[in-house]
Design a protein around this ligand. Structure first.
Ligand SMILES: *Cc1c(COP(=O)(O)O)cnc(C)c1O
Length: 356
């Protein structure tokens, strides 16, 4: 059935193993596989369990619940909401946190469930997404956390290159190390994990610039697309095409390129911006904006040009392509595209097992 997302599991296993080799060689002893882009798809995660990652990390508690039967410890990446506290303790071994109020609720709940819940306290080093701002007085908060009997302050972490696009450097990550040292010095608490970010921290490893005390990274895009996210560079040793979108032509006709009649709004309430190129061969493919943002997919066949889409019809200019009704077309995608396609229940997901 089309539209279909074809997943080459061998390419993903290759990427995952290569990344783990790199991390192990650089003393990253704790390695989180960030699965959120897979929208809880168990078969892919299962295939990646033995590639060297030490934990499964996801931003949605429903996904961690789906991974319950897998042996690796689970990490909730998005700061838990108060309404999620019970499920966080139930389905996550570790959660990332930044709010004392929520951490106290986690403590209460962990007591109820007879568990010790581990937390990684997040620090904002300037990217301005989650975390305690690094210049604020954090020791008071940590003193409070250390009093909680069912909470283990397992580590500290930071997240960069997410909202503000701030690139990890020895200087900003150095602030995290200072925090670690200050916690040891002032509160005599040793942390197991110093979590130095996501796929945007990979270039620091190549440049031998990752501060030595960083012993954990949380990685998604570099595994699924072989791309670091500080500068957007593709790693030669990794595949970027483990995922392909496959679509079928449902209409193929020669028509004018410019609409005929009085022009108002299109199906998304916008004024269409259409260039008159005379008559052209046009194909309609069975996918739409309900499933994907058109900027996130790239036709493999260079003779195909995406014109626009409505919620379920993708319109392409195909003048130079040899096609018929029913032809199959392949598209490459990027990380946001994969996120959308995995989330759409209208896309068939098919796992393929060869490197071809
Ligand atoms: C998504 C996410 C990651 C993974 O980011 P990538 O750039 O895909 O490696 C790491 N940490 C947190 C908190 C995240 O939300």
């Amino acid at each position: 059935m089309y539209p279909k997302l074809e997943i080459n599991i061998d390419k993903l296993i290759h990427n995952a193993k290569e990344i783990n080799k790199l991390l192990i060689n650089n003393n990253i002893t704790s390695r989180f596989l960030v699965t959120k882009v897979l929208a809880g798809e168990k078969k892919i995660v299962e295939a990646l369990l033995d590639t060297g990652f030490t934990h499964l990390a996801d931003s949605r508690i429903q996904n961690l619940k789906a991974f319950s039967k897998f042996n690796l410890p689970k990490v909730l990446l998005r700061i838990p909401s108060k309404s999620e506290v019970a499920n966080t303790v139930k389905f996550a071994d570790i959660s990332l946190n930044s709010e004392l109020e929520t951490i106290k609720l986690l403590n209460k709940e962990a007591n109820k469930q007879n568990k010790i819940h581990k937390i990684i306290l997040m620090f904002d080093l300037g990217d301005l997404r989650e975390g305690i701002f690094y210049k604020d007085n954090y020791l008071k908060i940590i003193e409070e956390i250390l009093k909680l009997e069912n909470i283990n302050l397992y580590g500290i972490g930071t997240n960069l290159t997410c909202y503000g696009g701030v690139i990890p450097t020895p200087t900003n990550l150095g602030e995290l190390i200072k925090i670690k040292n200050s916690i040891k010095l002032n509160l005599n608490h040793s942390l197991e994990i110093i979590s130095g970010g996501n796929s945007s921290s990979i270039p620091l490893i190549f440049d031998k610039n990752l501060p030595a005390d960083i012993n954990n990274l949380r990685l998604g895009e570099i595994v699924f697309f072989g791309r670091e996210t500080a500068y957007g560079k593709q790693l030669d040793s990794l595949y970027n095409d483990a995922f392909k979108l496959i679509l079928q032509v449902i209409e193929l006709k020669e028509k004018p390129s410019y609409p005929i009649g009085i022009i108002g709004l299109n199906s998304f309430g916008e004024i269409p911006d259409i260039v008159d190129k005379g008559r052209m061969k046009r194909a309609i493919l069975a996918i739409g904006k309900q499933d994907i943002d058109l900027n996130n997919i790239f036709p493999e066949n260079k003779n195909i040009k995406i014109l626009d889409a409505s919620s379920d019809h993708l319109i392409c200019e195909v003048t130079k392509a040899k096609l018929k009704v029913g032809s199959i077309l392949k598209f490459n995608l990027n990380y946001p595209g994969l996120l959308q396609l995995m989330t759409s229940k209208y896309i068939t997901k098919q796992i393929k097992k060869s490197k071809s």
